[in-house]
Design a protein around this ligand. Structure first.
Ligand SMILES: [Zn+2]
Length: 251
């Protein structure tokens, strides 16, 4: 049996890299799917790490507190979800610092973990994480068919890397695109720690945006979105999920 660490990148659909430039009217929708996820995690007695975009948290303080109260870990997914290699270094630092401040203030707990948007890790990332007293990073996607660029990395022994590691990126589009049995075969290895990721918007069949987004981008954002809930049930039924803090303590 594999050890599952289900992680949730908590952002709105309009933070998604595929559709972000095209969304004019931003409707808050993630909270509905966060509530659904909490119900599901509770049902399967699963614990998860939520990597949270803190501009979302500012608008959803009580829901963030509830996530933490129910025993899930809160970690940072930046403040506004930019691609970090496309912004200046001082803005990278700001995104890391601001989100840690906001999240820790709301839940009154230290924030240990960080995950970069879009697997995008600029060279300074680890030194900034260390300066800001983060304990671990989970941005690195070590997969044979990981197609996005990655500038990394200055090794930094003070920041532990909990990489997303499998033949395919273990979640997101790949969870949506391929049948669950194949996903299971490619991602879950016996006796190993398997970190899987999903987004709340992957449970949201939101076709209102379809006409304003180019066809390919809309396809990448939404293909097979109506299969995710069932796939998640399959995974949570088969493996028992813990949060990354738990993995850290045992590493
Ligand atoms: Zn993200």
């Amino acid at each position: 049996m594999s050890n599952l660490f289900l992680t949730i990148d908590l952002e709105e659909y309009f933070h998604s890299q595929f559709i972000r430039p095209y969304v004019k009217e931003k409707e808050a929708r993630a909270y509905k799917y966060v509530e659904l996820l909490l119900k599901k995690l509770n049902q399967y007695k699963a614990k998860s790490t939520f990597f949270v975009v803190s501009e979302w948290a500012e608008k959803n303080e009580s829901l963030l507190k509830q996530i933490s109260y129910e025993g899930h870990e809160i970690a940072s997914h930046t403040h506004t979800h930019p691609s970090l290699s496309l912004i200046k270094n001082d803005m990278v630092f700001y995104e890391l610092e601001k989100s840690k401040d906001i999240l820790s203030t709301i839940i009154n707990k230290n924030i240990k973990g960080f995950r970069s948007p879009n697997f995008d890790m600029p060279k300074k990332l680890f030194s900034y994480l260390q300066q800001l007293n983060y304990v671990y990073d989970s941005s690195l996607c070590k997969s044979k068919i990981h197609m996005l660029s990655n500038n990394l990395i200055e090794e930094n022994k003070n920041i532990k890397e909990l990489a997303l590691e499998s033949i395919i990126p273990p979640g997101g589009g790949f969870l949506r695109f391929i049948p669950i049995k194949l996903f299971e075969k490619l991602v879950f290895k016996k006796g190993q720690n398997c970190i899987v990721y999903i987004h709340p918007w992957e449970l949201d069949d939101y076709s209102k945006i379809k006409n304003s987004v180019p066809t390919l981008k809309y396809f990448l954002h939404s293909y097979n979105i109506n299969t995710v809930e069932k796939k998640l049930d399959y995974i949570l039924n088969k493996f028992s999920s813990r949060n990354l803090q738990d993995l850290l303590e045992k590493k």
